[in-house]
Design a protein around this ligand. Sequence first.
Ligand code: F0G
Length: 454
Amino acid sequence: MPLMEPYRIKAVEPIPITTREHRERALAAAGYNPFNLSAADVTIDLLSDSGTGALSADQQAAGLRGDESYAGARSFFRFREVVEELTGYPHLFPVHQGRAAERILFNALLKPGQLSVSNTHFDTTRANVELVGAVALDLPCAEAKDLDSYSPFKGDIDLEALQRVLSGPDEVGLVIMTITNNGGGGQPVSMANLEAVARLTREHGVPFFLDAARFAENAWLVTQREPGYADRTPRQVAQEAFALADGCVASLKKDGIVHMGGLLAMRDPELAKRCELLLIATEGFRTYGGLSGRDLEMLAQGLVEVTDPAYLRSRAEQTAYLAELIADVGVDSVRPAGVHALYLNAGRLLPHIPPSRFPGHALAQEMYLAGGIRCAELGSLYLGELDESGELITPAPYELVRMAIPRRVYTKSHLEYVAETLGEIAKRPERVPGYRLVEVPALLRHFNCRLEPC
Ligand code: F0G
């Protein structure tokens, strides 16, 4: 069947259509930082796929059935039933979003000075590891370095390096695998890699957790790319992945297809007790963990819908279609296309802009000015080392822009509009200016900085 969304639209929301003059004013007022823009000034919002998905009619109906009792709400038991069936973990807690699960788990599990080892820690995950005084170590596989190669599982961890670290002098408190690998180009992790990690961590007695924010999209790519998995359903693959680990943290704002929600789940009853105390003290009682009954019901339904092969196929095809459209107009992205986002190779498109003038950020600004498209840089502005005045000391390895694709929100013609806008920019890339920082906060730079074109 040709590419087609397997749903029709029952409720619509108008999107702002603006003029270039309006966007120039809005961006200048935002200090050339997309996080400062008002959404009312954004036509196509590709800033994040987190909490930005469209609810189904069944989810809305489930929401109405939400039981808002303080403790023991019916909605919690529905949520628990679905999560247990999916993950097999006996101890599970709802939390308001992924980073809450991270904070609770790391406080209960990690000791100062210990290592947390990952294929790539997402930025909040790294921050929460560091907040408890532990050290976050990323060991992406060698294939991840080549942005253009079609290697199928560039999200894998480097197993040899992991083995060395596990056998080395440093104490490893946790191995956490991010599926799919958001910080590493949205690339999937193979089941073979997860199996090897499970074996190594078991041998060394180290807890193994999944950061499962995009567990269904990872499972889909396994069915498509990994030998031996073509006949499994994405749900079976996801279940097998959870079965390999000792527990998970998950932002359910992604593959839960809800606006707010997260999960912390595990096998170890002693660890669960410690987590429960922190949960009750900081998130909410164990049967709601910061969510309403309505949220829990919608999540339970979303976690069923998200592994539907027709939905996953269409979502993956949308992203692959956009990757081909933009390649045709001369814009490269990290290959092969993942599912939740495309990562544009801005460094290659804008070679006249040195890393110190942030080519990724420059491309993101131009996409907004040219078409009202909002997305964010993943390059030297976000990851580079700067001095106090905002001058770059050490650039990031790549200058990328992430275009994250909300679930069930945009249609094929919206994606074509994005590709056309990029095509216009790619016709005269030398016209795109670089940017320099004029305000550099010490913490969380990319959210709060201000820049100007130069
Ligand atoms: N882990 C991964 C892999 C993520 O992508 C995110 C969030 C989190 C953890 C934290 O979850 O936001 O619910 O607290 N990623 C969003 C993004 C923000 O745009 O990629 P959260």
